[in-house]
Write a new protein. Structure first.
Length: 159
């Protein structure tokens, strides 16, 4: 593994179902908040919505730290209709207007995507690494992160 994952040991409200297939990785942003947000804070927000807990498998903080959300082998709660076959990665921030992911976030995202593609034997391409807006009507992962997704995938291919 090229990525270092900070274990968070989140407590979920119910047992999480195992994911039996992995065919895509879906990239998200927090949206509406551009400050640094921890996986614990997202976990609390999602529980307040009545969910079991954090819907993302990974959260990438502003400094590039990768935090574990849901266990990677469980169903996510990050993209309605696509949770059964995908891994969700949230890059912290609101990447609309003038806000952009940090260099540390982009570097960590590249390493994490390369690791996940290798682990799940996914092609390192835009069919298998997508933005949330490619599955639903949403601004997520924000215009500025979505605009560099092709460049990120090109870096993943070289990893």
């Amino acid at each position: 593994m090229r990525s270092t994952i900070k274990e968070t040991h989140l407590k979920f409200r119910s047992n999480l179902e195992k994911r039996t297939a992995t065919s895509q990785i879906i990239i998200h942003h927090v949206g509406q908040i551009n400050r640094d947000v921890s996986v614990e804070e997202i976990h609390k927000w999602h529980q307040e919505k009545g969910w079991a807990g954090c819907g993302y498998h990974f959260v990438i903080r502003k400094d590039g730290t990768i935090e574990r959300g849901r266990p990677v082998d469980t169903l996510g709660a990050h993209c309605k209709g696509s949770n059964a076959n995908s891994i969700g990665i949230n890059v912290v921030g609101d990447f609309m207007e003038n806000n952009k992911p940090t260099e540390g976030q982009v570097n960590s995202l590249v390493r994490l995507l390369a690791d996940l593609c290798d682990r799940y034997k996914l092609p390192k391409d835009r069919k298998h690494i997508i933005g949330h807006r490619e599955r639903m009507v949403t601004e997520c992962p924000g215009d500025n992160l979505f605009a560099i997704l092709n460049q990120i995938v090109e870096r993943v291919k070289k990893s």
